[in-house]
Design a protein around this ligand. Sequence first.
Ligand SMILES: NC(=O)c1ccc[n+]([C@@H]2O[C@H](COP(=O)([O-])OP(=O)(O)OC[C@H]3O[C@@H](n4cnc5c(N)ncnc54)[C@H](O)[C@@H]3O)[C@@H](O)[C@H]2O)c1
Ligand SMILES: O=C[C@H](O)CS(=O)(=O)O
Length: 485
Amino acid sequence: MNDRLNDSALLRTQLFVDGEWRDGKGEAFDVLDPGNGSLVARMSAATAADVEDALAAAEAAFGGWAATTAPERAKVMRRWYELIVEHADDLATILTAEQGKPWAEARGEILYGAGFVEWYAEECKRVYGDVIPTNNAGRRLLTVRQPVGVTAAITPWNFPSAMILRKVAPAIAAGCPMVVKPADETPLSATALAELAHRAGVPAGVLAVVPGPAEEVGGVLTGSPVVRALSFTGSTAVGKLLMRQCAGTVKKLALELGGNAPLIVFDDADLDLAVAGAMASKFRNAGQTCVCANRILVQSGIHDAFVERLSAAVAALTVGYGFDEGSEQGPLISDEAVAKVQRHIDDAVAGGAQVVQGGGTHELGGTFFEPTLLTGVRGDMLVAREETFGPLAAVIRFETEEEAVALANDTEFGLAAYFFTGSLGRTWRVGEALDFGVVGINTGLISYEGAPFGGVKESGLGREGSRHGIDEFTEMKYLCIDGLA
Ligand SMILES: NC(=O)c1ccc[n+]([C@@H]2O[C@H](COP(=O)([O-])OP(=O)(O)OC[C@H]3O[C@@H](n4cnc5c(N)ncnc54)[C@H](O)[C@@H]3O)[C@@H](O)[C@H]2O)c1
Ligand SMILES: O=C[C@H](O)CS(=O)(=O)O
């Protein structure tokens, strides 16, 4: 792995605690390349004691970091942003090695994540309060927003860099230390970011990275009264568990959970735009994103023409190893992920759906999977009820706008939805009727650090990005000052 890097010091296989690299007390574990199963590195693992040390260091650092001014924090964060961009190639190489996505896509993730650091380096200067018109001549009323305290983050493997930066950036910008548990599959992206934060001048204790057994590490982060806010990105099932575990200390919670995004194509859509949007939303990261179009609803008048063009685009996708030039779709993260995609295909075909493209594992072997297109899908099939998290486009035909909205909203999830139309009236009607936190209209790509990202229903709580994302790490305090008369 080192021979692929310009700066091999970015490959960090230890814990980052109290501003230092150290071996964890736990059993080291392998980080494997999902593209060929080779060993990328052996990662040191934290135990509960290591996490307690990280929390103690964070608690000790909180007062000093919170006492800095916003411009002082902004200066450190700006330097971190610059270092991330400067080392984007190496960070992308580390990301592709442990997660598998094509290198160009990985580099795009690095820059997307860096955007949150840049955004919150500025946003921390705009954490405003209120002056409230008084109800008494002898009183003055105001509010201030203050950093919540020590925070924790637990993050997924599918965007191992951006999902960390989307949490750490607003937290430390607000004045809060953060202790991060990355996914076991992808810890190296996290430790590389910590190395650059250290170089940028983030003080000891303000950022910690503690890879390790999820239940043990998570048990400390959710149970410790030192942690005042927990930010989680991952599956809804784990999110519900963490909510329960945080209840004992009534933590502030930000949850970015699972999705089941509908992508609706109306008869009046621009066909090429709809196909491009469906491809971008469905096959990004080999379909392993929380906002991938999980169900593609196509109105009957445009159905056959849309399917014909989508089929050609799916067939043209290049599946390959992430470091190979021209690869557009890498491997899935695990055998379990492959099995879930296959289960959804087999269930749909058993129920009468047709395989138009793909349908099984790719000739490259391992966890590479054929980009797949199904038609004749119904809303009661597994592929329409569960988050597939793989390169499977499932097309459902519909007749009316009312039917499409009802189909789209028929899920416990509520993260992202998309629709394509040429009608201004339909834009407002359907945009308001869809029960989701994020709605893409005539586009399949909605992510931007300046926009609030988050779900409703069982897709989560709170928002990340935009001016709203920093609210997850601040508390509003009301000051009532009497005695002025
Ligand atoms: N809403 C979003 O912004 C968003 C973004 C990315 C991924 N996701 C969701 O994440 C899921 C895929 O990611 P995943 O497979 O890593 O999810 P996951 O829930 O299995 O794991 C996410 C993180 O939680 C940790 N974890 C698992 N069990 C735990 C426990 N008992 N205690 C503490 N930590 C625990 C994992 O180690 C990992 O770090 C999908 O459902 C996807 O939709 C959502
Ligand atoms: O997988 C979920 C991520 O939040 C997707 S995005 O990169 O933020 O769109």
